[in-house]
Ligand binder design. Structure first.
Ligand code: PLP
Length: 391
């Protein structure tokens, strides 16, 4: 017996969702992805294990990686658990990590390393700028004790898409290993794992693959993973042991498997293949550009320069001190779209995510809603409020 996947159904008129999510994961999923969760699966059964193995193979396909050189390890917990699993499992007792920091998620990598007492250095740059490859080169020339360089591909904090392709050759030139958090870019932004010689990378079930939240996905170079045997500082987040279990049992998680989430993710991968990753990226870019341009027209200045803007989420400045963010979040939800309630930048900002089941019609509607909101608030407050009017 095998679990059947539903044919892709683009008509989601019967969707029971009361609103769409503009949060960058969890995101709006298709009805057919959610439908898979109506079936209870036996985590030890052959049919389920076949689904797990198929997921592991499809992930390698998306990474342009051969199963001779790379493996996929699924890990219970959200993306942070996956990042923590890698950072706590990989460096040896006397090894050192260098983290390139330009957002909250690279900051979180440092927090994790500090928590485990793992030796690390950091190079900081402003949240609006790319990590500097030349600076890294000079740093690694001077500090020959760095074993791993870790960074975030798409910093979801601001939406900046960091150029890992410029950093990877520098890391390798100095003989270090490369750890990449590609949680919010993988499966949309193409990443050639062998070409960049990435050693360890992490993504999760609820980002660009468009599954539901519940597990993370580690992609590891076998040779580098083999070298970490015995380094893990925890039992449940040990990526080496988790890998060995998948291999030995032909697709079983070590501990209880998030079966419903895995099934939804499997369907999401089938739907990604039907859409194609290229078309998905194009859709994200289109929706992102429409939101960015539309919002600019009504007075919201993007936080990032267009050159560094990624296709996943845009952050906008809030220029007016009277701008009441909690009021905005509530109003937008009442009009069908949930925003991320808060900001991760030093200055107050509004973040509009555009991954998930969102289309150009949504972009038009979102911009129209922001325009309506600004007009309504200005009318209510009168001259006391400038509401993001550009100077
Ligand atoms: C979503 C995300 C994570 C994981 O965050 P969780 O809250 O654990 O899902 C890590 N890094 C980046 C860049 C992300 O976008």
């Amino acid at each position: 017996m095998t679990y059947s996947s539903s044919p892709m159904r683009l008509n989601i008129q019967t969707d029971p969702n009361p609103f769409k999510l503009l949060t960058p994961g969890p995101l709006t999923t298709s009805v057919t992805v959610r439908e898979q969760m109506l079936t209870d699966r036996c985590a030890w059964g052959e049919a389920y294990k076949a689904e797990v193995q198929d997921i592991r193979a499809r992930i390698l396909g998306l990474a342009h990686a051969s199963p001779d050189a790379y493996v996929t390890i699924l890990m219970q917990g959200s993306g942070t658990y996956g990042v923590e699993a890698v950072l706590s499992s990989v460096p040896g007792k006397d090894e050192k990590v260098l983290v390139l920091v330009n957002g909250a998620y690279s900051e979180r990598m440092c927090q994790i390393l500090a928590r485990y007492g793992i030796n690390y250095d950091r190079i900081d740059c402003p949240y609006t700028e790319w990590p500097d490859a030349e600076k890294l080169d000079a740093y690694l020339t001077e500090h020959t004790d760095i074993d791993y360089v870790a960074m975030v591909h798409n910093e979801t904090t601001t939406g900046i898409l960091n150029p890992i392709e410029n950093i990877a050759p520098i890391v390798k030139k100095h003989g270090a290993k490369f750890i990449v958090d590609c949680v919010s870019s993988f499966a949309a932004v193409p990443i050639d794992f062998p070409a960049l010689d990435i050693d360890f990378a992490v993504t999760s079930s609820n980002k660009c693959v468009q599954g539901v939240p519940g597990f993370s996905v580690v992609i590891a170079k076998i040779e580098s993973l083999e070298a970490t045997k015995g380094n893990a500082r925890t039992l449940s987040l040990d990526i080496y042991d988790q890998w060995k279990a998948f291999e030995k049992t032909n697709g079983r998680f070590r501990y209880t498997s998030p079966t419903h989430v895995v099934a939804a993710f499997h369907q999401a991968l089938i739907e990604l293949e039907a859409e194609t990753p290229e078309k998905r990226l194009e859709r994200y870019r289109t929706v992102n550009r429409m939101i960015r341009e539309g919002m600019s027209k009504i007075g919201f200045r993007p936080y990032l320069d267009e050159k560094v803007q990624g296709p996943i989420i845009t952050t906008f400045h809030v220029l007016c001190e009277h701008f009441d963010l909690p009021h905005l979040y509530k109003w937008m939800a009442e009009h069908g779209y949930e925003l991320f309630p808060g900001y991760l930048t030093p200055e107050p900002t509004v973040r509009v995510g555009n991954i998930g089941e969102l289309y150009p019609e949504d972009a038009e509607r979102i911009v129209a809603l922001f325009a309506q909101y600004v007009a309504e608030r200005r009318a209510a407050r009168g001259a006391a409020c400038c509401h993001n009017q550009q100077q």
